[in-house]
Design a protein around this ligand. Structure first.
Ligand SMILES: [Zn+2]
Length: 575
């Protein structure tokens, strides 16, 4: 039984190294390929042979990656199929753990190879930098610490995932409670918000305990690897070669100076529309004019054809890519029984084709999601001719430029879904979201910089550090009576626990996307050409070059943020 939404896909290239009939879910068949690569490395006597070796390793990685993606797609499209679940778990439990040490062994062989430094630098600079850094950071004494860290992360997930409240006689998860914050009935919003805040506060000590444990472990991991604090270690481990903690501090400062005035203006407008003297924390998500939700489409087929129309108006090449995905059934977008929740874009790395998964139900959010994921898909299509697997993916700071640009560019033609008035309402919701996310990114990022450069802090000092940031980036919301909830707001941000320092990426990418959009307002054809050119580079160049190919500067100070704040303000005034 074929559990995948798509049939046989056209192969991008015939395999040169991986056998045609191999079962990539069967480790005993895969292991000999790693043995061969290990042995062959020593016999590479010319740089051409070493490049061939890298391409064979690449081909193996792509084939394994696609195998894993296919099993994941089958499972998320058929959560009720025991076969799909078994197939996915088999790969996760029997193949992936074996892969990790074998991949690392090949990385070490590569870094130690005598011909490595003779490879042409512009071509291999980024790959080389990443692999070398990965190998250099490894410490065997950190392996058990990382296991401990993973266990604590799991405790955080267990603790937050298990939180429920009794609301009007029914047990609800906190995620389910989120939707009540959009209700027009203010008393209902307040009741829902307070219930959730109170429930979280009951576990406040446990959240703090988990973070204390994580900080201790991470500080030790950093010291073991020869760094003086975890922040510096994390920057290296995350491959942040092209920006520094000081650049992040400039992002925080510029957000405070240039975005916060706009946030306060928008909050004041919202207060006036809601006829409220002061906004409370439960007044931020509801429609300020009490209108019913936007209804962009009824059937998923309409969503696809109207999205196609948007791309037709935007760019012929992108339109062709989206049409091809639809033809090959690489879009599984409707919400139906037996599908996992959420949405994602996945790349079938060997076929070099993207796949989009969604659960569209007819909301404006669905339109934002399809435009966003299509941006990721265009990125994958643009890199099809790149043979080095590592370069077919870019760093997240740039991947999100591809997707967030498409939200902004696509919104220019969102009349495909709406009347002119509703189109402007949809743009407004989107842009207000863009403005509002900057202060939260700055808060979450600055908090972690403080935490990991003050590893011996007390809980009281940590609380104060957070409150200082809430003063800088919280805007004019009135929290009186809920001071503890405000002081512990970070407990809900899973990145702080699970993915330390991984958050500013979204701010950096949004700055790129807003620059692409600003360029398109001046010269649409050139902006789109630059956008496509930068996508085609994949991950083959460092971030500043990817940004500059897209027509943007890779810089996050007031120099970049001030004109963007100006553009956002002007745009919000006209819609
Ligand atoms: Zn994304």
């Amino acid at each position: 039984m074929n559990l995948l939404p798509f049939g046989k896909l056209p192969p991008h290239k015939p395999r040169a190294f991986v056998p045609q009939d191999i079962d990539l879910g069967d480790w005993p068949q895969i292991a000999p390929l790693f043995d061969q690569l290990e042995k062959r490395a020593a016999n590479c006597k010319t740089t051409a042979e070493l490049e061939r070796w890298l391409l064979d390793w690449s081909e193996l990685n792509a084939a394994l990656d696609e195998e894993s993606s296919r099993r994941y797609i089958a499972m998320t499209c058929h959560t009720d199929s025991a076969d799909a679940e078994k197939g996915y778990l088999h790969f996760v439990e029997n193949v992936e753990p074996q892969l990790k040490p074998r991949q690392f062994a090949l990385e070490k062989i590569y870094v130690a190879h005598p011909l490595r430094e003779k490879l042409p630098p512009p071509r291999f600079q980024v790959f080389d930098r990443d692999v070398k850094s990965h190998v250099e950071l490894f410490r065997s004494e950190n392996v058990p610490l990382e296991t401990e860290e993973a266990k604590l992360c799991q405790q955080y997930q267990k603790l937050s995932g298990a939180l429920t409240v009794k609301f009007r006689g029914e047990e609800k998860t906190l995620v389910q409670m989120g939707r009540y914050l959009e209700e027009p009935d203010r008393a209902l919003r307040q009741e829902a918000w307070e219930l959730v805040a109170k429930r979280r506060l009951q576990e406040a000590d446990k959240f703090d305990d988990i973070l204390d444990g994580l900080i201790r472990l991470r500080q030790q991991i950093a010291l073991n690897a020869g760094f003086k604090n975890y922040r510096d270690y994390a920057f290296r481990r995350m491959g942040r070669f092209d920006y520094t903690p000081d650049d992040c501090a400039r992002f925080h400062d510029a957000t405070e100076k240039h975005i916060m005035p706009l946030v306060r203006e928008l909050q004041a407008q919202r207060g006036a529309q809601l006829k409220l003297e002061k906004l409370r924390p439960w007044d931020l998500a509801a429609d300020p004019l009490n209108r019913p939700p936007l209804k962009p489409f009824a059937q998923v087929g309409e969503m696809v054809s109207r999205t196609q129309n948007i791309f037709n108006r935007l760019d012929g090449g992108l339109a062709e890519g989206f049409r091809q995905m639809d033809d090959l059934k690489l879009l599984d977008l409707d919400n139906r029984k037996g599908k996992a929740p959420g949405g994602y874009q996945s790349t079938l790395s060997e076929s070099r084709l993207p796949f989009i998964f969604m659960n569209a139900v007819g909301l404006q959010r669905d339109v934002e999601t399809i435009l966003h994921e299509a941006g990721h898909a265009f990125h994958a299509l643009a890199t099809r001719d790149e043979d080095l697997y590592a370069y077919r993916g870019a760093p997240i700071e740039f991947c999100e430029v591809a997707s967030m640009s498409m939200e902004l560019l696509g919104n220019e033609f969102i009349e495909e879904f709406y009347s002119p008035a509703d189109a402007n309402r949809a743009r407004r919701v989107h842009l207000e979201g863009v403005v509002g996310v900057f202060p939260w990114i700055a808060t979450v990022d600055a908090f972690q910089h403080w935490i990991y450069t003050h590893p011996n802090h007390t809980r009281n000092e940590r609380r104060q550090a957070w409150l200082d940031l809430m003063d800088r980036f919280g805007g004019g919301v009135d929290w009186s009576g809920h001071e503890s909830a405000r002081a512990n707001l970070w407990h809900r941000q899973l990145h702080i626990f699970l993915h330390p320092f991984y958050y500013i990426e979204y701010g950096i990418a949004q700055l790129g996307a807003l620059q692409v959009w600003a360029n398109s307002k001046r010269d649409k054809v050139k902006a789109l050409a630059d956008y496509k050119k930068s996508l085609a580079l994949g991950g083959s160049r460092p971030l500043p070059e990817l940004f500059s190919a897209a027509g943007c500067t890779f810089e996050f100070s007031a120099k970049t943020i001030q004109p963007i704040a100006k553009l956002l303000r002007e745009e919000l005034e006209t819609i």
